[in-house]
Structures are given as C-alpha cells and as structure tokens.
Write a protein that binds this ligand. Structure first.
Ligand SMILES: Cc1cc2nc3c(=O)[nH]c(=O)nc-3n(C[C@H](O)[C@H](O)[C@H](O)COP(=O)(O)O)c2cc1C
Length: 211
C-alpha cells in the first residue's frame, strides 16, 4: 500500500478541531515543526462543527483556518497528529465524529504502523489535559498506529508552568481563551511535530523494506 497518493509528496496530517483558536495555534506550531524535517511535508486539516439541527449544512470551506479533512487526507498520510480542545476531560465531538467515520480505513488497515501523536488546549491548568490526550490515543491504537508523545529530552517539559505533557503537547488558554502559546508550549509543539515527521520517515522506510 503506498504511503501517499502518487502525485503527492509524503506528508504528516495535522488534524484538529478548534472553536476559539487555541488548538489551532498549537496545530500550526506542530505543522511548522513537521515541515522542518527534510523529505516530509505537513498537511493541516480541520473538521466541521457538529450541530443538533439535523438539517444543518456546513459550507464546504470553513471561514477560517485549515480546510476540512477528507478520508483520503488520512488514508495517504505517513503520520498523524490529532488535536482537540478539552471538553469535560475528553476530546470534542466534531473530532470524534470524524474519527467515527474512519471504519473503512480500519478495515483496510490503512493506518497500521504509522506514527501518531495528540495535542490539546484547556482553559484551566488541571482541567483534564492528560485525559483528553489519552481519549485521542485510544482510537489511534485501534487503528494500529504507533503512538509517540514528547520525550523528557525536551527540557521544556521540566520547566513549563503552563501546558506540555509527555503524552503530547498542551496549552493553557485561560478562562477567556486569550492566553497565547508561551515559550515552552511553542517549543514543545514544534519538537512534537518534528518528531512525528522523523518517525514517519523512518517507519515509512521500514514498511517499504518489508515489501
Ligand atoms: C463544552 C465545553 C467543555 C469544556 N471542558 C473543559 C474542561 O473539562 N477543562 C478545561 O480546562 N476547559 C474546558 N473547556 C474549555 C476549552 O477546553 C478551552 O477553552 C480550550 O482552550 C478551547 O480551545 P480552542 O480555542 O481550540 O477552541 C470546555 C469548553 C467547552 C465549550
């Protein structure tokens, strides 16, 4: 199975949902980190909000941020970073809704042996960052992906007074959602994106060597 569509260069998919922009800011830093690795591109994609109104129809292109992800964006990715704001200690429904549409990728094993990671934003420091990251890890494992967090060789993990966990980068946005990414959060997001891209290159090579 090719890692990417024939006309594309290899890429890692940075797939996020963001309502107020904080998770999006993290996604953009991960994307910059991934794109810093030669031989691997970064593709930023988002998902539409979900609505209790059954007749609601979203515009095909969001008014801001990345364009909406397709299953093919995920199918052909060499790696995946999944980002969501914390919703009561869990990932947000729009991202879960998209993940719940990926059965055909699970059936075909399209994501097996590809690296994955997760990131999140909360309003409060102890508002459930790790549990949200773990909630995103679960479906990734079901898909057979290889989860990679952030190692403590990233020294910002030891010094941060805001976000940043070994399960994946996080951000504390504050109760008004107006706290920008701080120096450590920016550093960790960049490093996490770069690590994902490096692992994607290495695992892609190992899958190629097998065939
Ligand atoms: C329904 C709902 C539930 C939330 N639950 C939590 C929570 O459990 N812990 C927390 O710290 N923040 C919680 N928040 C706040 C968001 O996680 C926080 O504002 C986040 O930074 C928003 O990210 P965004 O700017 O990418 O949308 C919640 C917000 C909403 C709307």
């Amino acid at each position: 199975m090719p890692a990417q569509s024939p006309s594309d260069r290899p890429y890692v998919l940075i797939l996020y949902y963001s309502r107020f922009g904080a998770t999006r800011a993290l996604a953009e830093r991960l994307s910059a980190g991934a794109a810093s690795i030669a031989g691997m591109d970064a593709r930023l994609r988002t998902v539409p909000p979900v609505s209790p109104t059954c007749e609601a129809v979203d515009p095909e292109v969001p008014s801001e941020g990345a364009v909406y992800a397709s299953l093919d964006d995920l199918r052909h990715a060499s790696g995946l970073a999944l980002g969501s704001p914390t919703r009561f200690g869990n990932m947000a429904a729009p991202l879960k809704y998209f993940i719940d549409s990926t059965s055909e990728l699970w059936l075909s094993g399209a994501l097996i042996d590809k690296p994955a990671t997760a990131f999140t934003s909360t309003s409060s420091l102890h508002g459930g960052q790790e549990t949200t990251l773990v909630s995103m890890l679960l479906p990734l494992l079901h898909h057979g992906m290889v989860y990679a967090g952030v190692p403590y060789s990233e020294t910002a993990l030891m010094h941060t007074q805001g976000g940043g966990t070994p399960y994946g980068v996080s951000h504390v946005a504050g109760t008004r959602s107006d706290r920008p990414l701080d120096e450590h959060e920016r550093e960790l997001a960049f490093a996490q994106g770069a690590r994902l891209a490096r692992l994607a290159l290495a695992l892609e090579k190992s899958r190629g060597d097998k065939s």
